[in-house]
Design a protein around this ligand. Structure first.
Ligand SMILES: Cc1cc2nc3c(=O)[nH]c(=O)nc-3n(C[C@H](O)[C@H](O)[C@H](O)COP(=O)(O)O)c2cc1C
Length: 364
């Protein structure tokens, strides 16, 4: 697999570990992926629940928690570390400002269009900005607005297709529609990026449902510079979630994958379970809301508190939450190390490459 660059950052292995909240991808997983030459990503969602400092309120604890996770990741790895910040978070600004002042390598911003993201950069900032989009239209709007308002273009773009885990940037009826498949989206977004190639090289990264080295080979052949993968890293020793959470992936069957409606206002892909069924019966309605952590969430109208549900699940309390998961998450068979996962991906990638070359050679 070829290395690629995001700005001046050389990424030796073209695999970005997708950010996973709440508390699924923290410094443990991020540093392990970074040590293999990929990009390790810490999720900023709900860090104040994970890092409860007696002295601070939730918002202060989120900032403290982010600094602490970055410190731990850097202690364990000299590789490339990014953060994932959902635009829908009420403390999006706090998380962006802290990441930039802590000199994080890359910010990945999704779950909404990060239209103002470059406004946080200061002279001398080193952090690279990578929006996550689910359509070429969103990529075009973002490039136009950033260029017009900040004379800045994305340092890379992640294209997240409908097979991803977590929140999906699609209407429910688009999720299974081939027109919106990642295979269709990638060339369209590359076309948008190419409009700016005289000004800046904008690598396009494919995400959502990518599971094997063969999948990686296919998307790189289509012109993607790299891939973002998340679910594949859940059943690993280094993933920061509880073993109970990891085992829901191991025990999942194809029929367990669900599309749910999230209080964030988007559909989401998750594994079915007791909590989801209880939500459907209207039994999980929040009685109050201590933080108002999602801008678009009104707890009086929400069927449950999503940050609590994701946090509880990651801690292994599956009665009180559920696991977000990508389309192929049910294929997981055992818990292994990040090193083993990446070695398998590399071997399968080489095989796909050899097969392709043999076919091309046979046609000559
Ligand atoms: C458990 C889980 C939590 C996730 N949390 C977030 C998140 O907080 N922010 C975000 O932008 N994407 C989130 N995602 C999406 C991933 O970052 C990634 O882009 C996507 O899952 C890729 O598809 P894959 O899981 O099939 O590889 C999450 C995905 C999973 C599986």
């Amino acid at each position: 697999m070829k290395s690629f660059r995001i700005g001046n950052i050389e990424i030796n292995l073209p695999i970005i570990q997708g950010g996973m909240g709440v508390g699924v991808s923290l410094s443990g997983l991020a540093s392990a992926v970074a040590n293999e030459g990929g990009v390790g990503v810490i999720s900023c969602a709900g860090l104040g629940l994970i890092h409860r400092q007696a002295a601070g309120d939730f918002w202060e604890n989120c900032i403290w928690g982010l600094k602490e996770e970055l410190r731990r990741a850097r202690e364990k790895s000299k590789g490339v570390i990014g953060v994932n910040i959902m635009v829908a978070l009420s403390n999006y600004s706090d998380m962006v400002r802290t990441s930039i002042s802590e000199k994080v390598d890359l910010i990945f911003a999704g779950a909404g269009l990060p239209l103002d993201l470059p406004s946080y950069l200061k002279p001398g900032s080193v952090t690279k900005l990578v929006p996550i989009v689910s359509s070429s239209r969103a990529a075009q709007i973002l490039c136009n607005k950033w260029l017009a308002n900040y004379n800045y273009l994305p340092d890379a773009i992640v294209v997240e297709g409908p097979k991803a885990g977590g929140h999906l940037g699609f209407k429910t009826q688009q999720i299974d529609d081939e027109h919106f498949s990642l295979e269709n989206l990638i060339p369209e977004v590359i076309e948008v990026a190419n409009q700016y190639k005289e000004i800046k090289d904008i690598p396009v990264i494919a995400a959502g449902g990518i599971t094997t080295g063969g999948d990686i080979y296919r998307f790189l052949q289509m012109g993607a510079a790299g891939v973002q993968m998340a679910s594949i890293f859940v059943p690993t020793d280094e993933c920061d979630a509880s073993i109970v959470f990891k085992n829901t992936y191991i025990n999942a069957k194809e029929g367990d994958m669900r599309i749910i409606q999230s209080p964030v206002g988007m559909p989401g892909r998750a594994l079915d379970g007791e909590f989801i069924r209880s939500v459907e019966k209207g039994l999980e309605k929040p009685k109050n809301c201590p933080f108002h952590c999602i801008k678009t969430c009104d707890y009086t109208k929400s069927p449950y508190c999503i940050v609590q549900a994701l946090y509880q699940a990651a801690r292994g309390n599956m009665k009180k939450g559920y696991a977000f998961a990508g389309f192929n998450a049910h294929l997981a068979e055992k818990i292994s190390s990040v090193k083993e996962v990446i070695a398998l991906l590399k071997a399968d990638f080489s095989l796909a490459c050899q097969k392709h070359l043999a076919v091309v050679g046979g046609m000559k």
